[in-house]
Write a protein that binds this ligand. Structure first.
Ligand SMILES: *Cc1c(COP(=O)(O)O)cnc(C)c1O
Length: 439
């Protein structure tokens, strides 16, 4: 498969080049030259296929020839080791639980897949340093995805007072090839430092820098896999039904872009919902036709606090910038914090099912839109509710227990380097660590 840039359809890169570069020079996004369709037999078999089997079939055309079938099969076996169950919450509404991985959020899937690709492509004797800025979930998923891999070091930059305690423990206690840097500043400051590092010539001569943000094709594409899996599971539960709506709680819109790509490959999903919090750029665009990014607004669904969604150009590419065609398939929805809290409470009282603030927006969108769309619905539960322990306990008035995966981090030793918010300090740190071979 060749990839072009959404800003320049003539440029061509291989999968390997696109993974290593992350972002095209012209600041567009990498996009596959062709979108293959899967044969009817694949969909007939889907309900009985395992996640690694689905992953192999879906991803093979996108990684050939840079990954051999054997290499891809091994990566799929290593990445998809945890269940992604479809759970019935009430009649005709199902949750796809994407939080059973090591850091309890859907980002585990993409981060684990990308880490294995990068390791396969790294040249021996030329270690790669993955530099990543995080507001919480990305840092933990990337750090855990890359933990223990040869030839790759990860440096996570985070705002010293900007992440939850559990999130911080997930990427500061790992040791080995993972180091954490607490920056005296905000997430935007961290992101600016990372950008500056990529453009610093001297630093790039010393270290082979790579990025692991959600724009990377190796994080984006594997997210398609669980849409196919969800449909297969749903068919098993409801073999007669033909039409289905999937609601995707969205921030940067990488996850929804992957779902729409799966549909383009033949997955028979009737509608998707672009469900957001108060950062309602995309729902507003669907309603008014005006796309206006804005500074992000803080909400209790904080992993979706994005005012300028970085993956949206991929959705525009999929629909060839045709708003009319997009609106036929994608329905917009947004909810404020009070609606999120009320929904969590209501569902918990009614059925005992505990939704996190992000998944709750997906659920609410289905409750409001399904009567009109006249299909059953699936919403993505993008993170475990305990990742938002404090908000959840405030809403439900009861203790929310941590799953085992999260609990283990709390008893470990934190290792952090503190850094003022200036580039000279980061550069010195990265150069020094390199010389001493401590990374
Ligand atoms: C990252 C994240 C999202 C948003 O996903 P996008 O692909 O950026 O739209 C939603 N929920 C949770 C819990 C997340 O961590």
């Amino acid at each position: 498969m060749k990839y072009y840039s959404t800003n320049d359809s003539t440029a061509e890169m291989s999968f390997k080049e696109a993974v290593i570069k992350g972002l095209p020079q012209d600041k567009g996004l990498f996009f596959p030259k062709e979108i293959p369709t899967l044969p009817a037999e694949f969909f007939q078999q889907l309900p009985s296929l395992s996640l690694p089997e689905i992953a192999f079939e879906v991803l093979q055309p996108f990684v050939t020839p840079d990954l051999t079938p054997e290499a891809l099969r091994q990566i799929c076996d290593e990445v998809f080791t945890f269940p992604i169950p479809l759970v019935e919450v009430e009649k005709d509404i199902y949750a796809l639980e994407l939080f059973h991985g090591p850091t309890c959020a859907f980002k585990d899937v993409g981060a684990r897949f990308m880490s294995r690709c990068l390791q396969t492509f790294a040249e021996p004797g030329r270690p790669v340093t993955v530099l990543v800025a995080t507001s919480g979930d990305t840092g933990s998923a990337v750090a855990n995805g890359f933990l223990g891999l040869d030839n790759i070091d990860v440096v996570v930059l985070y705002p010293e007072n900007g992440v939850s305690h559990i999130q911080e423990m997930q990427f500061t206690t790992l040791g080995q090839n993972i180091s954490a840097v607490a920056v005296e500043g905000t997430f935007d400051d961290c992101q600016a430092l990372v950008k500056q590092a990529f453009s610093d010539e001297e630093l790039n001569q010393h270290r082979n820098l790579s990025s692991a943000n959600s724009i990377n094709v190796a994080r984006w594409l594997p997210q398609m896999v669980y849409y196919f899996h969800a449909w297969g599971q749903w068919k098993k539960l409801d073999p007669e039904a033909e039409q289905v709506t999937i609601s995707v709680p969205s921030g940067n819109f990488g996850n929804l872009a992957a779902g729409l790509m799966a549909r383009q490959m033949g997955l028979p999903v009737t509608y998707f919902v672009a469900a957001t919090n108060l950062n309602r750029i995309v729902p507003d665009y669907l309603e008014t036709g005006v796309y206006s990014p804005a500074p992000s607004v803080c909400t209790i669904a904080n992993a979706m606090d994005v005012g300028n969604p970085n993956n949206f150009p991929r959705i525009q590419e999929l629909f060839q910038n045709n708003l009319f065609a997009l609106k036929k398939v994608v329905k917009g929805f947004w909810a404020d914090d009070d609606e999120i809290r009320g929904t969590i409470q209501l569902v918990h009282q009614a059925s005992g099912y505990m939704m996190d603030p992000h998944g709750a927006i997906g659920y609410l969108s289905l409750r409001q839109l399904l009567p009109e769309l006249k299909t059953p619905g699936i919403f993505l539960e993008t993170a475990h509710p305990a990742k938002f322990k404090k908000s959840m306990e405030d809403v439900l008035g009861q203790e929310v227990l941590l799953p085992e995966q999260l609990q283990v981090f709390l008893n470990k030793q934190k290792q952090v380097t503190d850094l003022p918010n200036d580039f000279a300090g980061l550069k010195l740190l990265l150069m020094q660590q390199h010389k001493e071979g401590t990374l």
